[in-house]
Design a protein. Structure first.
Length: 144
C-alpha cells in the first residue's frame, strides 16, 4: 500500500513541476478539493483522485470545463484576473473593459480562447502579465 501511495505522490509532484504550477496554487488546489494543504496528508483514495486530476492537466484536450466544475483555487485566479481588468477599466486605463477584451488579452499570452479554460499555470501567467501591463499603463498615464 505504501508503494502505491509513494507512486501517487511522486506522480503529483512530477506533474506539478512539469506544468510549472506555483506552490501557492498547488496548495490552494489541494485545500479546495481535499481540505488539506499537503498531498502527504491525503487519504489513499484522495491521493489517487489527485494524481488523476493532475494528470488530466497535462493532456492536450481543450480546457472546456464549465466554471462550476473548476475548483476554488483556480476560480480565485480567474476572479483575480477579472478584478484587475475591471479596476483598470474603471480607472480609464483600458479602451475596452469587456470580458471579450479580457479573453483576447489572455489568448495573446496563452493561445487559449477563454480564460475559464486555462490551467493554473496559465492563469498565473495571465494575472502576472496583467499586473505588469497595468503598471506600464499607469506609468504612461502619469507622464501625460
Amino acid at each position: 500500500m505504501d508503494k502505491q501511495r509513494n507512486r501517487h505522490l511522486a506522480a503529483i509532484h512530477a506533474i506539478k513541476k512539469k506544468i510549472g504550477m506555483d506552490d501557492d496554487i498547488y496548495r490552494g488546489v489541494l485545500a479546495a478539493r481535499y481540505g488539506q494543504q499537503s498531498a502527504g496528508k491525503l487519504s489513499a483514495s484522495d491521493l489517487a483522485d489527485c494524481a488523476a486530476h493532475f494528470k488530466s492537466l497535462t493532456s492536450n484536450r481543450p480546457r472546456g470545463k464549465s466554471p462550476r466544475s473548476r475548483n476554488k483555487a483556480e476560480k480565485t485566479m480567474i476572479d483575480k484576473a477579472r478584478a484587475l481588468w475591471i479596476d483598470a477599466s474603471k480607472r480609464g486605463l483600458l479602451r475596452n473593459g469587456s470580458d471579450q477584451a479580457l479573453n483576447a488579452f489572455s489568448k495573446r499570452i496563452t493561445k487559449v480562447d477563454r480564460l475559464e479554460w486555462l490551467n493554473p499555470s496559465q492563469q498565473h501567467r495571465v494575472v502576472e502579465s496583467l499586473k505588469s501591463w497595468i503598471s506600464r499603463l499607469e506609468a504612461e498615464a502619469n507622464h501625460e
